[in-house]
Design a protein around this ligand. Sequence first.
Ligand SMILES: [Zn+2]
Length: 499
Amino acid sequence: MKSDYIVTEPSTPTSARLAPKLAIGAGIFAVAFYLAGERTQDKPETQARTPPAQNEISLVARASDTRSLLDDIAPISSAQAAVAPPNAALTDTGRSSAALQDLATQAPPLPPEPAEEANLVRLESRELVVKNGDSLSILFDRNGLKPIDWMALAKLDGTAKRLLRLRPGDKLMLGLDDQQRVAALDMRIDDTQTLRIRRDDDGKFQQTLLVDDLSVREVAVEGVIENSLFLSAKAAGLSDRLTMELTDIFAWDVDFALDIRAGDRFRVIYEELYRDGKLLKEGNILAAEFTNRGDALRAVRYVDSDERAAYYAPDGKPMKKAFLRSPVDFTRISSRFSMGRKHPILNKIRAHKGVDYAAPRGTPIKAAGAGKVVFAGNKGGYGRVVILQHAGKYQTLYAHLNSFRRGIRKGVSVSQGDTIAYVGMSGLATGPHLHYEFLVGGKHVDPLRVKLPSAPPIASAEMERFQSQTATLLAKLDDFAPTTGNALVASAGENPGQP
Ligand SMILES: [Zn+2]
């Protein structure tokens, strides 16, 4: 018997946009399964049942000239078939079962196809969730499945070898026949790829790799900082992760620990990635503007011809510079959320040639720039001190340390951002804080205000490419048009790929 499989689910409408794929899908894959409602997780089921329960996959085997991968699954009787009214038909569209579910929920109904009822095949669905220490055999064993199936699956090569490297949290969607043999298996491998295995006419497993297209939507948000960068960003619709990324982009120019003021503003254009019309995750920040004390800084993401992505100022100079503005992670600064006061951070003392960052004892201190340790030891009232010599005439000094990082001693080279020591209150200090000094040619300068050497801009050969690829984004920062939040778009069920 040659048969085609369509999925039936009583109350499910079918999609208009499914229609063109229906024809394609039917030719490529003969099997689809669709899960109705809640699934039972990782719980052995001992028999296929009718009428279809919530955790069953209903497959209709339709006599047709389409090649079937599941011919060896015995059709159930037409009496049983009548139990599941096949009023909503879905064929495999080359998508995962989860995607099918998405499609199914958006679909207008198709007319019933009563002729198919004679050849209905029903697979029981089972979702296996991989736990710590699981192998394919352990997983199958625990779920009462037959060794012959995992043995055959384990012999597959190519993408299916992933089944031999299961990770906790992996989900195997199985379709089991009435002998509790695996007839179908879907496993999502990453955000876009699904491994699909079907048993063919000869009882052999055949695999396919399904690839989802992600659609990308640009989102634009802006906000004004009132009390807290994070709170204002959240109010503007920016996640904490993107807010951190925003501060990372500007970390060489703005000291987010000491320099943020009420009234500072930000504009961010970033990507949202959608799979089947549903928000999958946030992508990269594409362009951003941060206005700190009236100075507007801009950054744009650029992927150069060697596929390296980095953020640049509009003139092509890298945002990344020789020195970080702040040698401590601003989120560790104890009063990071209390802005708007005149001196937002405790003990901001310029007179004594440095800047103090109040932070809990043990907070890691980062090398502001790449350099070499020229001093690591005690210096009177400064307590424990590290001094770094950087390229050219620059030195940075870190005082009142609780301890040095292991391996930090005179002569050792460090990279920018390396942890060199930990905040403490050694020497003459009234509370745990980092005392930080910046020296140019042996003279103290204000680390918050010093003009730092700028890195060379994008190579001139690449400049034209940079300008043509970033012009649109930079224009969007000029003509800023905030977009609605992702929740609205997602619930509208529209393809959000284009505005
Ligand atoms: Zn100080």
